[in-house]
Write a protein that binds this ligand. Structure first.
Ligand SMILES: CC(C)(COP(=O)(O)OP(=O)(O)OC[C@H]1O[C@@H](n2cnc3c(N)ncnc32)[C@H](O)[C@@H]1OP(=O)(O)O)[C@@H](O)C(=O)NCCC(=O)NCCS
Length: 105
C-alpha cells in the first residue's frame, strides 16, 4: 500500500506499508524537506492507521533509527510506543533500530 501527499500540484510526501496477517508494517515514509512541520507526515500516518483500523488490523508497527528524533516524535505523538530494539540493525552508519507499535485492538 502507498499513500502520496500532494501540495500545490507537487508530491510532498509518501508512506509505504504492507499488511501481514493482522498486522500492518510501515516500511517507509518521508516528507520533502521544505514541506516538513506542516502536518503532512501526520496526515499520511493517520491515513495508514485509519485504513488499518477499517481492514481489521490489530497492530501497526515499524522500525526506525534510534537517533531519528523527528520520526520518533511523530510516531509517539500518534500513540505509538516502544516495543523493542534491534541492535546494530542499520548500516551506513551502523545504528540500532527501535521498534514502535500502535495497538488497534
Ligand atoms: C519524520 C517526517 C516524516 C515527519 O513529517 P512532517 O510532515 O514534518 O511531520 P508533521 O508536520 O506531521 O509533525 C507532526 C509532529 O511530529 C513531531 N515532529 C515532527 N518533526 C519533528 C522534529 N523535527 N523535531 C521534533 N518533533 C517533530 C512534532 O510533534 C510535530 O508536531 P508539531 O509540528 O505540532 O510540533 C519527516 O521529518 C521526514 O520525512 N523525515 C525524513 C525521513 C524519515 O525519517 N522518515 C521516517 C522513517 S521511519
Amino acid at each position: 500500500m502507498m499513500w502520496v501527499a500532494e501540495r500545490n500540484g507537487n508530491v510532498a510526501g509518501f508512506l509505504i506499508g504492507r499488511s501481514v496477517a493482522e498486522e500492518f508494517e510501515i516500511l517507509n515514509m518521508a516528507v520533502a524537506g521544505e514541506q516538513r512541520r506542516l502536518g503532512i507526515g501526520s496526515k499520511l500516518l493517520e491515513s495508514a492507521v485509519v485504513f488499518s483500523h477499517k481492514t481489521g488490523i490489530a497492530r501497526v508497527y515499524l522500525e526506525v533509527r534510534a537517533s531519528n528524533e523527528p520520526a520518533i516524535a511523530l510516531y509517539k505523538r500518534h500513540g505509538f510506543t516502544e516495543c523493542g530494539r534491534r541492535a546494530r540493525y542499520y548500516r551506513d552508519p551502523v545504528e540500532d533500530a527501535l521498534l514502535l507499535s500502535l495497538s488497534l485492538a
